[in-house]
Design a protein around this ligand. Structure first.
Ligand SMILES: [Zn+2]
Length: 117
């Protein structure tokens, strides 16, 4: 049996939809994929956090020059994390080309994201 999960993530890492908007999005998803089994869940967490997709981790690449920054990324996440694993500032300077960017702009190859919803 193959289980497929569909994650719908906001583009903005601090976006949190109003409840009515969230409910409308769930209704739209149910119309889009009526044959899907299981539940539709909306995670609305109190602060920005890494949304771990659970599997298929394929690394992290620089959003500017595409260098592999996976080794640096783990340390950058640990440094930026506040209590509870949430993030205040997402600002980072990538080690390969020294460009200022943010943790949500990192190319996560397989769609990891930093978000609230
Ligand atoms: Zn770079």
């Amino acid at each position: 049996m193959i289980i497929r999960l569909l994650h719908v993530m906001p583009k903005g890492p601090r976006f949190s939809p109003a409840p009515a908007v969230s409910e409308a999005a769930q209704a739209g998803l149910q119309q889009l994929v009526p044959e899907a089994l299981g539940d539709y869940d909306v995670w609305d967490i109190p602060c920005t956090a890494l949304i771990d997709l659970g599997e298929n981790w394929c690394g992290a690449r620089c959003p500017v020059c595409s260098s592999n920054i996976e080794g640096w990324w783990g340390h950058a996440m640990d440094t930026a994390a506040l209590a509870g694993g949430y993030f205040g500032s997402l600002a980072v300077t990538v080690p390969c080309c020294f460009v200022q960017t943010d943790l949500n702009a990192v190319d996560y190859v397989e769609g990891q994201v930093v978000a609230r919803c």
